[in-house]
Write a protein that binds this ligand. Structure first.
Ligand SMILES: [Zn+2]
Length: 297
């Protein structure tokens, strides 16, 4: 089995047809490695953008790619994709985080109307693997590629990063750092099925309807920070910045609290975050003014 590590650069292009911004891919960089992670082959191609004509200044600054370069050396996306699919063959596709995969499906569906990448058979998210190796499990904070390199002590040139090929190399080095100590196979998933795309394209979101059946109401009770006994709720729930917020009172400690809880829906589960803060009176008015009232059933 061989692996192909892919990194993409893209430009925020406004599509008049779709009436929204598309992450238009402007560069592919990829490395093919064998099971021991020895480099077998490399792939690098620039893509002349069609959806947006000009690179936005942030992308120009970050990648140092110029409009002239893309016009001169860039090829069409579908052409580049067919070259890449030949390069990939039946190998496992690897990317750092699934955002490149998102961009790939977004661009592919722009041209073909289909999100499913016909050449993709097996996939591995290197970011997920590295997060697991480093024992990082905070779903709300993703590990950046250079952050990972910094943690494990891989040196890299700041100048060269944010180019597809250099980022693919750095992803490979991060992968290689853990490869002998942690099994990679649990992170290689079958990608040739509908569930893979349902999961990939699922949009995580906060549940803001308090009557949603996805909400576990027992999570809306709180224990006093001081004595540990359950506090009583003294107000209705309000929705404030995607958090349900209510006032609480501890009968034993005679203290007032504000309880906040949020429910984030992901493909697999609902992530609950909750916090109980002792109430300062100044906060009370501000809370009341900015909060929307939510009916409780
Ligand atoms: Zn108490």
């Amino acid at each position: 089995m061989s692996y192909v590590i892919l990194d993409l650069e893209w430009n925020g292009s406004y599509s008049k047809i779709l009436n929204k911004f598309v992450n238009e891919i402007i560069e592919f960089g990829a490395i093919k490695v064998d099971e021991e992670l020895n480099i077998i082959d490399t792939f690098s191609v620039l893509i002349a953008p069609k959806i947006g004509k000009k690179l936005c200044s942030k992308v120009k600054e970050l990648t140092k790619i110029t409009n002239e370069e893309l016009m001169q050396d860039g090829i069409g996306f579908i052409n580049a994709l067919s070259m890449f699919s030949e390069f990939l063959g039946d190998d496992v596709l690897m990317t750092w985080s699934d955002s490149d995969l998102h961009a790939l499906t977004e661009n592919y569906s722009y041209y073909t109307g289909n999100v499913r990448l016909p050449f993709l058979k097996k996939y591995c998210n290197i970011q997920k693997y590295c997060e697991n190796c480093l024992d990082l499990h905070d779903k709300s904070a993703q590990l950046g590629l250079s952050a990972c390199a910094d943690i494990v002590g891989i040196t890299y040139s700041q100048e060269e990063q944010h180019r597809a090929f250099a980022d693919a190399v750095l992803s490979l080095e991060c992968l290689a750092h853990f490869k002998d100590s942690f099994s990679l196979s649990p992170f290689i998933v079958e990608a040739d099925n509908a569930e893979f795309y349902n999961r990939l394209l699922f949009k995580n979101h906060f549940i803001t309807n308090i009557n949603s059946r996805e909400i576990d109401r027992s999570q809306m009770n709180f224990d006093c920070n001081i004595c540990g006994r359950q506090v009583s709720q003294t107000s209705k729930w309000r929705l404030h910045n995607k958090n349900f917020t209510a006032d609480f009172y501890c009968e034993d400690c005679k203290k007032k609290f504000t309880g906040r809880v949020s429910f984030k829906k992901t493909f697999d589960r609902v992530i609950v975050k909750k916090r109980l803060n002792e109430k300062k009176d100044k906060q009370k008015d501000a809370d009341k003014q900015s909060a929307d009232s939510v009916e409780q059933n």
